[in-house]
Design a protein around this ligand. Structure first.
Ligand code: ASP
Length: 436
């Protein structure tokens, strides 16, 4: 049995929803369907979720009614196009009232997925099952996975088929709580895990996971098969397609994820499995991903390496200041911490002052403008020459490497380069490996 999640582009209008219906109907094992809110129909369009956030911002003294009426029309158009026999106006009037009463940002945003699921359920003539009481969050807003699985299992044992809204669940007091943006992927993964699906199909608008960002590398190869670990590394470093947190619920249950394209359903897509080596993967690297926007905090102190507790003092300061770090390369008399710029916003002066106090360093300086690039692949493990190829490719393009890190799992090699070299560096590494 399969659980399918359809993203915003798949739910954008009547035409795309008809494709979704065809896909679901084509295979009787597609029993549970999780949906996003309608996304963009074209580049200039607005996603329903963004329109709802704008509605919420307009609640107090803004043009709420004008903004809501655009959403109203969009859902009415979808229902007209699908020729649905539901009283969508009454449903939308109810949603409008609920938004005004709840006065909650998360509740407002959640109505996109709610309406999307109500519509698809009617179109497929399959029960709508609301995730509000099924996906559970703690009072601190943390997902309660076990609780959610138990509740979903109980609810879905009574429904042979169902359409469920993605993106949201509820707090213990019943208030709606959403995941972070793109969170319907997580909802789909939780549902797949709850019902013990054979496959979690994640339907989107691309043929699968690409081995590099197509905005940087021209026509990068599609990855046919990827392990969960490789996906985590690539997604964390910025490769988009799937929400990074969507992996945990299915990984625990050993359920493969298949990324598929609603607009090209015959393409095999990318399959994400527990261990790609068992699938006979032959490429040395699975993919390359990266991010701009990092800073290096360099802390120099003579004899630092023999000062017991030095690193602990640095880490304690980061913890106290609430700053998470990515890497911590160190030398004999220096230790550096690599941090995302966004985590330093508004915190840098007090962080540096605390580091001076805690370490009694000889010098501390901060350099911004760093990008990190991860070259990822299980097949690099115990194989010689991968790092040499990366460094050769960068050297030939006269790119200076500012940091190198390889985890002990040998799953990835991360290099830090100046942000102005970022695109050039990704292309250099990509072409070095694509000649394999
Ligand atoms: N609609 C939400 C968003 O745009 C959640 C999702 O689509 O996964 O972020």
């Amino acid at each position: 049995m399969r659980v399918c999640k359809f993203g915003g582009t798949s739910m954008a209008d009547g035409e795309s929803i008809r494709k979704v219906m065809e896909i679901v109907r084509r295979d009787a094992s597609r029993k549970y369907v999780v949906v996003s809110a309608p996304g963009k129909r074209n580049k200039a369009d607005i996603k329903i979720t963004d329109a709802l956030y704008a509605c919420f911002s307009a609640l107090d003294g803004g043009d709420f009614d004008e903004k809501f009426s655009a959403i109203y029309r969009r859902f009415c158009d979808i229902c007209d196009d699908l020729g649905l026999n539901i009283d969508i106006s009454a449903i939308l009037d109810g949603v409008r009232e609920d938004i005004l009463n709840a006065h909650s940002r998360d509740f407002t945003a959640s109505r996109g997925e709610y309406l999307s699921a109500v519509i698809l359920a009617a179109a497929l003539d399959v029960p709508f099952v609301d995730t509000a009481g099924l996906i559970a969050f703690s009072n601190d807003g943390e997902l309660l996975l076990e609780d959610s699985l138990t509740r979903l299992r109980a609810a879905l044992s009574k429904a042979d088929r169902a359409v469920l809204p993605g993106f949201y669940g509820a707090l213990p007091n019943g208030e709606i709580k959403t995941f972070s943006r793109g969170g319907s992927d997580i909802s789909g993964a939780i549902v797949a895990s709850a019902v013990g699906a054979d496959v979690y199909e994640n339907w989107t608008d691309v043929d699968g996971f690409l081995s590099a960002d197509p905005r940087i590398v021209r026509s990068p190869k599609l990855i046919e098969c990827l392990s969960y670990d490789e996906l985590r590394e690539l997604a964390y470093m910025g490769a988009e397609v799937l929400h990074p947190e969507a992996i945990f619920p299915v990984r625990r249950a050993g359920i493969p994820i298949n990324i598929k394209n609603t607009f090209h359903p015959s393409a095999a897509g990318t399959v994400i499995v527990p261990n790609v080596r068992h699938m006979g993967g032959k490429n040395v690297i699975a993919g390359i991903a990266g991010r701009k926007g990092f800073s290096i905090i360099n802390i120099q102190k003579e004899m630092m390496n023999s000062e017991i507790g030095f690193a602990r003092r640095v880490l304690s300061v980061l913890e106290e200041e609430g700053v998470s770090f990515e890497h911590m390369p160190s030398g004999i008399d220096a230790l550096s911490v690599i941090v995302r710029d966004e985590y330093l916003e508004g915190k840098l002066p007090s962080l540096i002052a605390s580091l001076w106090r805690a370490t009694k360093a000889d010098g501390i300086d901060v350099q911004s403008g760093l990008s990190l690039i991860a070259t990822v692949g299980h097949n690099m493990t115990s194989r010689q020459g991968t790092a040499a190829k990366i460094f050769k490719a960068l050297a030939e393009k006269h790119i200076n490497i500012r940091m190198i890190d390889q985890g002990s799992s040998e799953l990835n090699i991360i290099v830090g380069v100046d942000s102005f070299d970022y695109e050039k560096a990704i292309n250099a590494i990509y072409s070095e490996f694509s000649v394999d």
